[in-house]
Design a protein around this ligand. Structure first.
Ligand code: IYR
Length: 253
């Protein structure tokens, strides 16, 4: 029996909601009912080539680092367009593509974003985050002053669409929107790195509603991530961190 999808946090179906189905008299799928299925374009590579490509891709992505100081050097908009097109190739629940990428280049809007975030982050660092969290962050040398928000040529804000409206005005449910947007953002980061640009992965705490309003996004959208994107400042330092070895991140049976 198909159950109504509950918009809860863990996205597990906790109880039998089948009685809810009676509300929907003649329901039709969000995608075309007669959606065609076509052959997969797939070109099988020799296994040695796959091995080589997997090594090379690892080596490439292993060079990605979060950067906190940006150059104000401009980046052609076409690169940003390609990066976001790439992020839009991510898989999504029931192909709902529940993401909106807001790109900010306008210096005045970047300044407004910076003001909103710095005001909230000062409260976060001084009051909301607490001693354990701020102590854990000390080695990374972060604080509430965020020059990157006005220095970087672009800010990319990722909103998750919790639902949308079908042409007939009924609600289209965006299943697993959290996971779909996270996968898309991971692909975005890989595309930024492959293009030769850098980014900072940030999650501005308590800034979602103010930024959503500033950017005119609907209530159905929630801010999930903010990435300044561009070139690193000449004097950009990164923490000397190591990644966990394979043995620590993988369990095999
Ligand atoms: N959002 C804050 C704090 C912060 C939190 C974590 I977890 C980090 O890895 C880094 C920063 C900020 O952007 O400063």
């Amino acid at each position: 029996k198909v159950k109504d999808f509950k918009e809860n946090d863990n996205q597990e179906i906790e109880s039998d909601d089948s009685d809810l189905d009676e509300q929907f008299e003649d329901i039709s799928p969000a995608l075309p009912k007669d959606l065609k299925h076509i052959p997969l374009p797939f070109n099988k590579r020799p296994v040695q080539e796959s091995l080589k490509r997997s090594q090379e891709f690892y080596q490439l992505l292993n060079m990605r680092r979060t950067v906190r100081r940006f150059s104000s050097e401009n980046v052609p908009e076409a690169i940003i367009d390609n990066i976001i097109k790439t992020a839009g190739t991510a898989p999504s629940g029931a192909h709902t593509e529940p993401w909106t990428y807001v790109v900010i280049k306008d210096p005045e809007i970047k300044q407004q974003v910076r003001q909103i975030i710095e005001e909230e982050e000062e409260i976060n660092y001084k009051k909301r985050m607490g001693k354990v969290w701020t102590t854990d962050l000390q080695p990374l040398r972060t604080n509430w002053v965020k020059e990157y928000l006005t220095d970087a040529p672009y800010l990319i804000l990722v909103f998750k669409q919790t639902y949308s409206l079908k042409p007939d005005g009924t609600k289209k449910l965006h299943y697993y929107n959290e996971q779909s947007v996270s996968i898309s953002a991971g692909i975005l980061l890989a595309a930024i790195h492959y293009s030769g640009l850098v980014a900072l992965t940030s999650t501005p705490l308590n800034c979602g509603p103010a930024l959503r309003t500033l950017l005119g996004r609907p209530k159905s959208e929630k801010l999930t991530l903010l990435f300044p994107v561009g070139y690193p400042a000449e004097d950009s330092l990164i923490p000397d961190l190591n990644r966990k070895p394979l043995e620590e991140i993988m369990v095999k049976f």
